[in-house]
Design a protein around this ligand. Structure first.
Ligand code: SAM
Length: 243
């Protein structure tokens, strides 16, 4: 990973997107609900202490990468307000993350936080073992040859992710893009000491009587569109291997 975004000292640049300002000067009702840019790295190892509801090390931390405006994470959080699950959703789109934070405030969700950050920096946001369940649903496929270097799930990134996961959960990846799925599997074939793949399928909803009836959070916003278009959903779960 030679890209500067992956270096420890990387500083996010100021953006002239109006939502950059909004995320950096949060109104009182959104304070403590959203973190942006390098602020997503300040509580590394201490995110359980940062929720607006009492949280212990026993509570399970779920992290959704590329969560858009938090459609899935918000529903998970709403369905789990009185148990031991805590959620963090990450996306790099300023406006989407601001809208996401507004939903957290609207539903008064103390078990959910919104991050505006680049998922490539996951190892600087979270400490080893801090994440129980990690999700990457429908990452941008970057299909053109010249774009492939932008793919998040490259070998080097996957290597940095494995230590962040505790032994209690797994890393779940879903995509509609066959070529990206095969790219991930090829990368995993170089990481047989790092991850064990399970529940691998090239047609996740094959046995469902009516996949079109599935709703968020059982499927994502994009997944609903792909199902409507009759596309198969590729899915794999990964458990980190301990040496
Ligand atoms: C195709 S959309 C899928 C959204 C959602 N997961 C779903 O399934 O409905 C991909 C999302 O990932 C976000 N994204 C892409 N690359 C990212 C990165 N490196 N870091 C954070 N978010 C990223 C995009 O902004 C977008 O919201």
């Amino acid at each position: 990973m030679s890209r500067s975004v992956s270096k420890p000292e990387f500083l996010y640049a100021r953006s002239f997107n109006i939502y950059w300002d909004k995320l950096n000067e949060l109104p009182p009702e959104l304070q403590g609900l959203a973190y942006s840019d390098n602020k997503t790295e300040l509580n590394r190892g201490k995110w359980r202490e940062s929720f607006n509801t009492p949280t212990t090390s026993e509570d399970l931390l779920h992290v959704e990468i590329g969560c858009n405006a938090g459609h899935v994470s918000v529903e998970w959080a709403r369905q789990n307000t009185s148990n031991s699950n805590r959620y963090i959703g990450i996306d790099w789109k300023f406006k989407m993350v601001y809208k996401f934070a507004e939903k957290i405030a609207k539903y008064k969700l103390g078990n959910l936080l919104a991050f505006r950050a680049n998922a490539e920096r996951l190892q600087y946001m979270f400490a080893p073992g801090e994440i129980d369940f990690l999700y990457m649903f429908f990452p941008d496929p970057w299909p053109k040859k010249a774009q492939k270097k932008n793919r998040t799930a490259n070998v080097e990134w996957l290597k940095t992710v494995a230590p962040l996961l505790s032994d209690r959960g797994y890393f779940h990846i879903k995509t509609d893009h066959q070529e990206y799925f095969d790219y991930i599997l090829t990368n995993l074939s170089q990481l047989t000491d790092t991850f064990e793949a399970f529940d691998l399928t090239r047609n996740l909803h094959e046995k469902h009587p009516n996949p079109k009836s599935l709703l968020i959070p059982d499927v994502t916003l994009f997944e609903r569109l792909f199902i409507k278009d009759g596309l198969p959903i590729y899915s794999v779960k990964l458990k980190p291997k301990r040496k």
